[in-house]
Design a protein around this ligand. Structure first.
Ligand code: URA
Length: 209
């Protein structure tokens, strides 16, 4: 399955708090980060393990399982994606970070990259693209285009809230990727906001409301 809606009670509880009218910047930031951690836990649960033999606490050899060492790059989409970064890195602290910035071309309405700093040998890594809101899917699709152009073949998206329109557009363009989200909301309004959504997640994270 390509869309994973994480219905874990902790995720849903934190998302409910995040949706509250008048939430403070501090609480919003903390919850975005915490949900980012929980979604990362789910998005990494198929990472391959390798059997090792180690000396256990009694001094005899025991078998244990460790990560096979598949490398990861976290890809925050500027600017709201930065708000999830600490939470994601909490679980995968050695992941390298590839930052992507996009802006809308006012004539074509297409997202155009204005910043792209990808890590070296990115094609050997699992890319975890992070952005709190999957609305129209424009930025997500452009970011995945960019990653595939750089040779990436294993890409997952982690978003807090998704609109059906954005999920469809993203999976139509890139059926091979997987999307992890805390909620699949109802629809986009005429201004491109997700309903019920969270409002402008970037403004709420950075306190620029
Ligand atoms: N970006 C946001 O921050 N919120 C939305 O609802 C849609 C896009």
């Amino acid at each position: 399955m390509s869309l994973h809606v994480i219905e874990h009670p902790l995720v849903q509880h934190k998302l409910a708090l995040l949706r509250e009218y008048g939430i403070s910047t501090k609480s919003f930031r903390e919850l975005v980060s915490e949900i980012g951690t929980l979604l990362t836990y789910e998005a990494t649960k198929d990472m391959p393990l390798q059997e090792h033999s180690i000396k256990g606490w009694q001094g005899n050899d025991i078998k244990v399982f460790k990560l096979q060492g598949k490398k990861i790059t976290v890809v925050p989409i500027l600017r709201a994606g930065l708000g999830m970064m600490d939470g994601v890195m909490e679980l995968i602290p050695s992941a390298k970070v590839s930052v992507v910035g996009l802006q809308r071309n006012e004539e074509t309405l297409e997202p155009v990259p204005y910043f792209e700093k990808l890590v070296g040998k990115i094609e050997q890594r699992l890319s975890l693209v992070i952005d709190p809101m999957l609305a129209t899917g424009g930025s997500m699709i452009a970011t995945i285009d960019m990653l595939k152009k750089a040779g990436c073949t294993h890409i997952k998206a982690i978003v807090l809230v998704a609109a059906p329109e954005g999920v469809k557009a993203t999976l139509d363009a890139h059926p091979d990727i997987e999307i992890y989200t805390a909620a699949l909301d109802n629809h986009l309004d005429e201004h491109g906001y997700i309903v019920p959504g969270l409002g402008d997640a970037g403004d709420k994270i950075f306190g620029t409301v």
